[in-house]
Design a protein around this ligand. Sequence first.
Ligand code: GDP
Length: 444
Amino acid sequence: MAFEGLANRLQDTLSRWRGKGKVTEADVNEMMREVRLALLEADVNFKVVREFVAKVKERAIGQEVMKSLSPGQQVIKVVNEELTALMGGTQSKIEHAKQAPTVIMMVGLQGAGKTTTTGKLAKYLQKQNRRPLMVAGDIYRPAAIKQLQVLGEQLNVPVFTLGDQVSPIEIAEQAIAHAKENRLDYVLIDTAGRLHIDETLMGELKGIRDTTQPHEILLVVDAMTGQDAVNVAESFNEQLELSGVVLTKLDGDTRGGAALSVKAVTGKPIKFAGMGEKMDALEPFHPDRMASRILGMGDVLSLIEKAQAAVDEDKAKEMERKFRKAEFTFEDFLDQMAQVKKMGPLEDLLGMIPGMGKMKGMQDLKVDEKQIDRVEAIVKSMTVDEKQNPEMLKNTSRKRRIAKGSGVTLQEVNRFIKQFEDMRKMMKQFTRMADQSKKKKGKG
Ligand code: GDP
């Protein structure tokens, strides 16, 4: 997970103060020394760190904390608030022009994820019932036009191109006219990138900007490049006046420096975070939720949103009914797994649960996705009847056949079936308990 090192260090430091009934100025100084080191180690810009620590210190030593009932807890609250503020405070949404189309220029260095993000953004807009147009404005990289066309086909989003012999400025202009004619409401212009910032590139980008007057200029930067990403953002902002930043590859093990410094250094908010290579791996960036995640307070809101997007309401109700009647079958189990999988890597999900990071043993917990695949293989090797009737699996020759079919040992099949039965029993108990407490409440 991104931010892992920073999160662990900050949580370690802060947890030692959580229960403190009295916090002296010396305590605060010591704590801030550790916070400073943790941030520097996470590759946060040193000026940003200095200001951050000064702000937290001032508030922590002030009345607000010292006089409160639980000063230790209060300091953590201050750190949380200041981290949130550092990343921009509230979520920054993208513009929606009063008169369509809204024009968004995507800029960035080569390899940052510009073309991929253009596709993701198109998909994101599509989900909100918008009608985006992607524009192939990178005429220099040989495969760039093709890459965008492939994405367009995959997403069912139109792509505008005039090949690689027409200037990007003209392409952009004609694309906007095309969008107007066809009542498309977002124009996403994918522009050329270079390995480094150079004058020719900036000149061309300024040309596109001046002609198209975009509502947004979004810079795509790779979070893995740390402070380099921040420097790139600073240069692009000086030259083009950005409206926001998209931070890609936050799914990797970036130390987090870029996410924590970009806003403070450039004044421009992070609007989206790229969380993977797939087209749905783009998340609106919420500073408050990110701060909570870093401090191990969890991100329940994102978790709920993910669940809502992945889970089918009707199915969930049906599952609940089955749980109650203990009719839950292997088939249902597979269904559930598929829904959970749609929510993304389990490790990320666990990271969103408050306190999970600090729970005993949880720190080293690496969710073994392969184990899950094996369980899935076991269920898939069952016959339709077996999936519907777990009782049939008391039979050893059936289990042996399943083990063979799924490429696991007989013990593993036994273990899984036992777990499944235990789960069914537990569900029955739970629902009985829930029913009883409901009855009691009804009486009282
Ligand atoms: P461009 O040169 O800026 O247009 O970069 P591309 O869009 O071609 O992306 C470069 C590489 O980064 C590709 O392999 C993408 O799949 C990958 N990539 C882009 N965004 C993300 C992300 O959020 N997470 C991960 N893991 N990979 C990404």
